[in-house]
Design a protein around this ligand. Sequence first.
Ligand code: NOJ
Ligand code: NOJ
Ligand code: CA
Ligand code: CA
Length: 711
Amino acid sequence: MKRWLSVVLSMSLVFSAFFWVSDTQKVTVEAAGNLNKVNFTSDIVYQIVVDRFVDGNTSNNPSGSLFSSGCTNLRKYCGGDWQGIINKINDGYLTEMGVTAIWISQPVENVFAVMNDADGSTSYHGYWARDFKKTNPFFGTLSDFQRLVDAAHAKGIKVIIDFAPNHTSPASETNPSYMENGRLYDNGTLIGGYTNDTNSYFHHNGGTTFSNLEDGIYRNLFDLADFNHQNQFIDKYLKDAIKLWLDMGIDGIRMDAVKHMPFGWQKSFMDEVYDYRPVFTFGEWFLSENEVDSNNHFFANESGMSLLDFRFGQKLRQVLRNNSDDWYGFNQMIQDTASAYDEVIDQVTFIDNHDMDRFMADEGDPRKVDIALAVLLTSRGVPNIYYGTEQYMTGNGDPNNRKMMTSFNKNTRAYQVIQKLSSLRRSNPALSYGDTEQRWINSDVYIYERQFGKDVVLVAVNRSLSKSYSITGLFTALPSGTYTDQLGALLDGNTIQVGSNGAVNAFNLGPGEVGVWTYSAAESVPIIGHIGPMMGQVGHKLTIDGEGFGTNVGTVKFGNTVASVVSWSNNQITVTVPNIPAGKYNITVQTSGGQVSAAYDNFEVLTNDQVSVRFVVNNANTNWGENIYLVGNVHELGNWNTSKAIGPLFNQVIYSYPTWYVDVSVPEGKTIEFKFIKKDGSGNVIWESGSNHVYTTPTSTTGTVNVNWQY
Ligand code: NOJ
Ligand code: NOJ
Ligand code: CA
Ligand code: CA
């Protein structure tokens, strides 16, 4: 029944896109394309704290100590709901701004209990789940949610839900009556709570001190009852729950707290999503200012999901809000992330969110918000705008950064900057797919160019609100000619003259000025801009976006193997992953005329459906500097290649040294061989002796294999 509903829904989208829309609607719907659920690079995401946007239905508001009339207590529910978002979709506030996707608070039922703290904190933010298969009644009913998805899709807007499968709600090991004791329900049926947890649904290892990765994964995040994802019921429950929301037609998932869940379980979760109904998924791995974490890069490259780009967000805030770095630092971040992330264009960029001070500081200048938005919307990555930024809302820290939406003024300069750059983002592929090149720089001025084939976007930014700079010696890839500012001088941009060698005539970049100049032309050779999702199984469908593919069907290859083509157009191809061994592949497109594109690297073919297995090895004594890794005879275990071994294994929380463990996503129902190895700091490998360990992995559930190190 649910599947049938969404078939009808997608058919009606096709109709509205091509037939009976009015002229004004047409612009929006066509611009949003085909609601591609795996490529968000030309989208503008708008993040909504549902309770704080619009109260569209006062009859669903909570009462008593859960509610704050007028939102005077920011830790209470304030009445915002899905109907409020529907109203703002239908009155054009979002579409006219150029928003093409919304990220909304976790939609699931949350605790009704009120915290016994000074403010009487509540679950208005959506991160204190009790039943992942029911809706938060204060946001709406299941049919309200379906109406929201339908209303959004009718206007070319994709819907991303927040999803927080790391935990339920605040709980105390010693006090069962604290809040709701972290209790979990399965569509109304009580499953269990945090104390007296005889089925081990939750971890009981105390709160994390954030001291290392393992500590953050297997101990409670704050006081939140932390799921044991290796528990077979929990594993299935969470994977079933996301399918319920996928069935309702959502287009994306923002995964909460991915740094705090086992990597292996999350990869098996992503396999489940891509096997069922693929949608763009990005995780939250918080990084502080200047924090660089190789585990964060590994996660973005190997888990099957993207990440919120905290390196980008924090650095732009340093340059434009906090004045603790300049454009040299920003440009360095752009270069570093381009090499650290395999697909930097799939990471989700932002300038603020519900966990940081709003970008607009109390004593700040709104012009800085405009400049930051212009940089955000012309940079690589999927831009996300936090609700109210376009109204210059202020507020430091949680919950002051989550005030009720103050106004819906369509004439603010920020609103207009978003509007202009959103339409540019959808019309010039250089913004979705292009590399970034620094063209002119000093601490105040950054001139950068995005280029994809013949498409070019040149952006000049002066962050100083008092100084002008004379720009001489600038070169660009723009062909010779006169270029007017695509922002229509909204931020005082100039017209520039480009000579035949790409030299730009000297011009003046005034205080706070931003100029955007563009060129676009059809490609005569194939270039791949994006492939998604970048992980899957034989038989899965993949979407390849780019230009110059030609209108006649050509060839797509995974390595040297030809894939069967499902559909082909000049800028989009759909193919089926061919029957090839698991591993990483480079994908190329060849036109019917024989021209071959550059390769798009690192598509991962999995062996088959994935399950999460905990590998444990006892008595593995190591010398100082040595760690234990796992390697085995399937792609998911590195195919005996020690440089691709899984690890280092953990040895502190679930088990302690000299026992080591790791949760890994491995193919289901398969007899696998494996060994543990020791590696030292310089990569020297010592193999376990004896014969290979053998284990048959379970089918559609988790498993554990526990062996002794073989001396
Ligand atoms: C990160 C979320 O963004 C934050 O708001 C929340 O409190 C924690 N994760 C726990 O869910
Ligand atoms: C090489 C190792 O030396 C050995 O111990 C292991 O069993 C094999 N790789 C896997 O076939
Ligand atoms: Ca309401
Ligand atoms: Ca956890």
